[in-house]
Design a protein around this ligand. Structure first.
Ligand code: GLN
Length: 244
């Protein structure tokens, strides 16, 4: 009799646990200088990716805690286990696929060239003796290195920053001649800063949510949630909220 009572209590405890009273909590890494995907507003990290990941969490029954760190620390964070996932407008690339895993794509973007609004520069600002700013570890950073620096098409400095906030500040102050970054983000910055998008670089990138290599269980949860978000109209609503 006593034994069966213990069994019942244990079963009850297990049932309570698995019905989500203590939902799994995942740490999500981002870099909140990438509006409208992630940025800080009234001291809070908000944006398209943050809403997206919270929606997926709600649908799949887990909880998330968002952490703002430098972009080039995100992949090491997944590798070390200090982060469970990354939602940072991160482009799915073959190089990154070697060390982390990506969800299905959720957004498409190209690179772009941003200059001061009083400058009459165009794409050719990337040629010759000009200083160009990028955020370290991004596809914009890699693109400038591979296509312009290596062949000495750009002979000025490539300046690396930890945050786009500082890239934009230096561009607005005239400390650099141009910045290369994802077009939707460049356009968002141009709405509130004295900077303009003057060229698009067709790179055909797609953003994915990333997890540590081999974390198939979490990846399956994310993909299942993403599918629901795409099919139930939420994705459309998020696009309207942040881009229209
Ligand atoms: N999409 C770009 C990349 O993956 C930039 C992302 C970002 O800076 N948050 O490198």
């Amino acid at each position: 009799m006593k034994k069966s009572l213990i069994v019942i209590l244990v079963l009850l405890a297990v049932a309570t646990f698995s019905t989500g009273v203590m939902a799994q909590r995942y740490v999500v890494g981002t870099n909140a200088s990438f509006p409208p995907f992630e940025y800080v507003e009234d001291g809070e990290i908000v944006g398209f990716d943050i809403d997206l990941v919270k929606e997926i969490a709600k649908l799949q029954g887990f909880e998330v805690e968002v952490r703002d760190i430098s972009f080039d620390s995100l992949i090491p964070g997944l590798a070390s286990g200090s982060l469970d996932m990354v939602a940072a407008g991160m482009t799915i690339t073959a190089d990154r696929e070697k060390v982390i895993d990506f969800s299905d794509p959720y957004y498409s973007a190209n690179q772009s060239v941003l200059v001061h609004e009083e400058s009459d520069a165009n794409l050719t600002v990337l040629f010759g003796n000009h200083d160009v700013g990028v955020q370290t570890g991004t596809t914009g950073d890699t693109w400038v290195r591979d296509n312009l620096l290596e062949d000495e098409i750009l002979t000025g400095e490539l300046r690396n920053y930890d945050s786009y906030v500082f890239v934009i500040r230096d561009l607005a102050n005239g400390n650099i001649d141009a910045a290369v970054l994802d077009k939707p983000v460049a356009e968002t910055y141009s709405q509130n800063n004295p900077v303009n998008v003057v060229a698009e670089i067709i790179t055909g990138e797609e953003y994915g949510i990333a997890v540590g290599e081999g974390n198939e269980e979490l990846l399956a949860e994310i993909n299942a949630g993403l599918e629901k978000v795409k099919n139930n109209g939420t994705m459309e609503k998020l696009i309207q909220k942040y881009f229209e």
